[in-house]
Design a protein around this ligand. Structure first.
Ligand code: PFF
Length: 446
């Protein structure tokens, strides 16, 4: 079945595509406002700890399962671990739909903001006026839905194009560009009047603000940002030829993702303080509300603003592509559906569930489930429950079921020297399951 499986064209292409999956709205839209809501510096420290303790070893674990099995998540778990385990892959596919339902909505806002920069709606340094632009957009009944639809179609087009030609080529050029524009914006943001306080809030931890909820938020954010716990990394790993040196690639992806999240924090939080918005108050609109004032304070602000939202949309696209690819790869491999058909069907489902997610910021904001609107519920379910759970099960699978086989697969049967591989396996056996399990339990019942 898998004899003709497509592979990444080059090492750089793979790293850029995997980093493209990781770097997205999670870094630039979500990380800054989560940090704001969860106490600033202390959240940053706990987030970084989650990346170091769980993130890196699990990125390796997922890539390894994918590479060893050369199959979609469901079949890959069956291949490496046998009966029962495919359920973990299936859970990942459901999670992909849940994440996509709100991801395309936020990506749609990004497209709207590209247009707003051009038509002058954002040419206003006043925080209240900029806040109003955002509220008007999300409260509108149909506009955000149309933008989400446009973004879903774009995602589907790239996925239909296939892994190598579509995903790999786009990522290689655009990721470095995003990085450059981010650096320029960071420099402007931290030199705004009043920015220093924001920088302090972000970088100097105040642990008295830490609660159990801080841990839940940090681990959810770490998994979301690294595209972990639902089979996206596994799927990308399945397009890797067997001889690749996984740890080096995983390390590069984790570092890139983390650097970009931290840069986004250094950009948004000072801008937020400069705009006089309290850190807990920005909500999901934070990045959209505060950055236009940064552009306004720059020479050539319209170009920077447009470039920023364009590249953010592209970063979102390389992430949403990996989410949809995970689903499509399953239907293509397991159900013998054509790539085109599988993509069109899945994208239609995504669009359908993105409608309530979009309306929950406006027309349906009063419709709540367990005290959350549909958008927040989807976000909570995926980031705070399903991704950490998926990650924990992945750790158990590689740590206990594959065990020494995992080390053999990692080192290409001993051909690569990795003296620390035992530490990695120990982490997957004990540290990750117990640590993630504890955070999950106290998040749900604590
Ligand atoms: N990592 C992406 C981001 O930070 O925007 C979001 C994401 C992509 C989550 C793929 C999960 C996933 F499987």
């Amino acid at each position: 079945m898998n004899t003709a499986r497509e592979h990444w064209g080059s090492r750089l292409g793979f790293i850029m595509a995997a980093a493209g999956s990781a770097v997205g709205l999670g870094n630039i839209w979500k990380f800054p406002y989560m940090t704001g809501e969860n106490g600033g510096g202390a959240f940053l420290v706990i987030y970084l700890a989650c990346i170091v303790v769980f993130g890196f070893s699990l990125v390796m674990a997922e890539l390894l399962i994918g590479r060893a099995a050369q199959r979609n998540p469901v079949a890959a778990f069956r291949h490496v671990a046998g009966r029962g385990w495919p359920a973990v892959g299936a859970m990942g596919i459901v999670t992909a739909f849940i994440i996509l339902s709100f991801y395309v909505v936020v990506a749609g806002w990004t497209i709207a903001y590209m247009l707003f920069t051009l038509n002058g709606s954002l040419a206003n340094p006043d925080a209240a006026a900029l806040g109003q632009v955002f509220s008007d957009l999300v409260a509108n009944a149909w506009q955000p839905v149309v933008y989400a639809a446009i973004f879903t179609v774009l995602t589907a087009l790239v996925v239909i194009g296939g892994v190598g030609s579509g995903i790999e080529r786009a990522s290689k050029i655009l990721m470095p560009l995003l990085f450059l524009i981010l650096v320029a914006l960071v420099i402007r943001a931290v030199t705004l009047p009043g920015a220093g306080e924001g920088l302090e809030f972000f970088l100097i931890p105040d642990f008295s603000k830490v609660t159990g909820a801080t841990f839940t938020a940090a681990i959810g954010q770490a998994f979301f940002s690294l595209s972990l716990g639902m089979g996206a990394m596994l799927t990308y790993g399945s397009y890797l030829p067997k001889e690749r040196n996984l740890p080096a690639d995983a390390f590069a992806v984790v570092v890139l993702d983390t650097v970009i999240a931290v840069l986004a924090g250094v950009m948004v939080l000072p801008a937020m303080f400069a705009a006089g918005i309290a850190p807990g108050e920005g909500g999901a609109g934070t990045t959209f509300k505060v950055l236009p004032a940064v552009f306004d304070a720059m020479p050539g602000g319209v170009i920077f603003g447009f470039g920023f939202f364009l590249l953010l949309a592209v970063a979102a696209l390389t992430s949403s592509v990996s989410l949809l690819e995970t689903v499509v790869c399953y239907f293509v491999d397991e159900r013998a559906v054509s790539r085109r058909r599988a993509t069109i069907l899945s994208a239609t489902c995504v669009f359908a569930i993105s409608i309530p997610a979009s309306l929950s910021s406006g027309l349906w904001s009063e419709v709540t489930f367990f005290g959350k609107n549909f958008f927040d519920l989807m976000d909570f379910l995926s980031s705070s429950i399903l991704l950490p759970l998926g990650g924990m099960l992945t750790a158990l699978c590689v740590g206990w079921v594959m065990g020494p086989r995992a080390i053999a697969a990692l080192t290409n049967d001993g051909k690569l020297s990795m003296p620390w591989a035992g530490v990695w396996l120990f982490g997957l056996r004990f540290v990750a399951p117990l640590g993630i399990g504890w955070i999950l339990l106290q998040g749900l019942f604590g």
